[in-house]
Write a protein that binds this ligand. Structure first.
Ligand code: SF4
Length: 281
């Protein structure tokens, strides 16, 4: 499995007022025109020299050798070195870098067909099987970071998934993210993983529908056709009723969104029939 986060070995010259600095990696020979977020991706002394010829002033070195100590490295105002286990980094990839701790996260990989972007670690469920239990933290800065990232994503990206946590907890800001996606990546299919409860609010459904995004879908899990079983799995009383009502409102109002119901367990025919009953009601 690819490591998607880590700590840099060395950094200088990188600063930001916010909690994260967005970095887009570019091959040294493809840096025109440069953006303030572009860093040349360097793996060798030769590439270090090549980036200097391209008048690049920001580099990310992927190497276990101390290339930042070479005389050529003195040219660069901003320099980050990460371990060679991140050798999968490629032109167009985007990272979030924290200048104080030198920690970084891979936000987007151009070569991947399945980029998932974390919207929040918060959630109004506490599912028994959750692989990343919700955190009670203020991570709304992630929404601003995503809005910075989307214009940098390759225009031919076929698919992006937004996930959490529950992406619709701050639904106004998240709908803004979807609007940016629609403008910046009009040909990219957007999928949102949600527990669906936000759609019980009419204004959320109205904002979602108003996007008129042509390739927007939402995946909403329901773990049982029996209300108290679903509520038990997600550890939230009343969740089943809100989720099902939300799905019905969304299906009724939106012509440009999809809803899908899925189960992480085997579904018996009786339960499947129960699901159909939900939609009939
Ligand atoms: S809805 Fe998703 S993120 Fe929230 S607790 Fe359940 S599995 Fe975890």
């Amino acid at each position: 499995m690819l490591p998607l986060h880590g700590t840099a070995i060395f950094s200088r010259g990188v600063s930001t007022e916010g909690p994260s600095c967005v970095v887009r990696l570019r091959s040294p020979c493809d840096l025109h025109p440069t953006s303030a977020v572009d860093f040349a991706l360097i793996r060798s002394q030769e590439e270090l020299q090549e980036a200097a010829h391209a008048r690049c002033d920001s580099v990310m070195i992927v190497s276990d050798d101390g290339l930042e100590q070479l005389p050529e490295a003195a040219y660069y105002a901003r320099l980050i070195r990460v371990p060679s286990k991140f050798s999968y980094f490629a032109d167009g990839d985007i990272l979030g870098f924290h200048p104080q701790s030198w920690k970084f996260r891979t936000l987007y990989r151009r070569a991947s067909k399945h980029n998932s972007i974390l919207v929040t670690d918060r959630c109004n469920h506490y599912c028994l099987m959750c692989s990343q239990p919700p955190k009670d933290i203020d991570d709304r800065w992630l929404l601003d970071e995503i809005k910075t990232v989307l214009p940098l994503v390759a225009k031919d990206t076929q698919f992006i998934c937004f996930t959490g946590g529950e992406p619709l907890l701050d639904w106004r800001e998240f709908v803004e993210v979807l609007a940016v996606s629609r403008v910046q990546l009009p040909n990219t299919a957007i999928h949102v993983l949600s527990n669906g409860r936000a759609f019980v609010q009419d204004n959320v459904v109205a904002a979602w529908s108003a996007l008129q995004h042509p390739i927007l879908s939402v995946g909403i899990p329901i773990y049982s056709a029996v209300d108290h079983l679903h509520d038990y799995v997600v550890q939230a009383r009343g969740a089943f009723d809100e989720t099902v009502l939300g799905i019905l409102k969304l299906v009724n109002a939106s012509k440009s969104a999809w809803c899908c119901m899925r189960s992480r367990r085997r579904v018996s025919w009786r339960r499947a029939n129960g699901w159909r009953a939900i939609f009939r009601s």
